[in-house]
Write a protein that binds this ligand. Sequence first.
Ligand code: SAM
Length: 278
Amino acid sequence: MISPGTLYVVATPIGNLADLSPRARETLAAVDAVCAEDTRHTRQLLAAFGLERPLVALHEHNEAEFAARLIARLRAGESLALVSDAGTPLVSDPGYRLVREARAAGLRVSPLPGACAAIAALSVAGVPSDRFCFEGFLPAKSSARRERLQQLARETRTLVFYESSHRIEESLADMAVVFGGAREAVLARELSKLFETVLGDTLGELTAKVAADENQRKGEFVLIVRGCEDDAAARLAEGQRLYAKLGEYLKPSQAAKLAAELSGAPRKALYGGEAGQD
Ligand code: SAM
């Protein structure tokens, strides 16, 4: 049952078409138009269910501009659906501005829950999942990626990343360096598809497995990394991050003193006990 003037945020499958819910299908069949990240992709999805609806392209480059027009259509009483190429819109996908503006305009925004790769991966990872940090995609450049990972090295909650086939090997290797090769991780590949694989191991072992087997670098990935468990290790990781950053502006001994103070890590562990010699 469709309500006029409502924006329906509809989750679509992440691989297996049978994961589209009956309610999502009914809604997509009944709305006045479907706002889609890639209209060709969504046209095919709709066709697979015997549906054909007017489509509006809504991607990160035109979202700000199109949102106002779509809000006007909703205000005029039309009902619209928002979908992305796969999974739940707004989760590492466009839609945030439209949803925000629709809510700010007092319009009804209603979710149709369904597949989300991060949650699907978490549900089979077997790592603590009552609290977790969704980090989405890491930066593409290695230096920026390592810096981001340094910022997360102390995080005690489980970490959830999205990654593409182009960078999975590099990202795993960087994580093994920054978080330590012994940290537990789970690599969930091609969930709900033919080559679904869920590998659990240490970051060091996972990096080696993925480097050694080309097939393990194919497809789409969610990488789940267990949070930092050891408080002393967490303090040391934060101390090292601060020491490296402060070292850009201060003498090593000063950087070590300040980094130790701020992080709680022992100063000697940051500066090899040579404080005062520079
Ligand atoms: N909105 C989507 C969701 O709800 O999961 C995510 C969109 S994001 C642009 C695409 C990324 O999600 C992929 O690069 C991959 O990291 C992850 N992903 C999507 N489908 C997946 C699948 N079937 N198996 C593993 N990861 C997947």
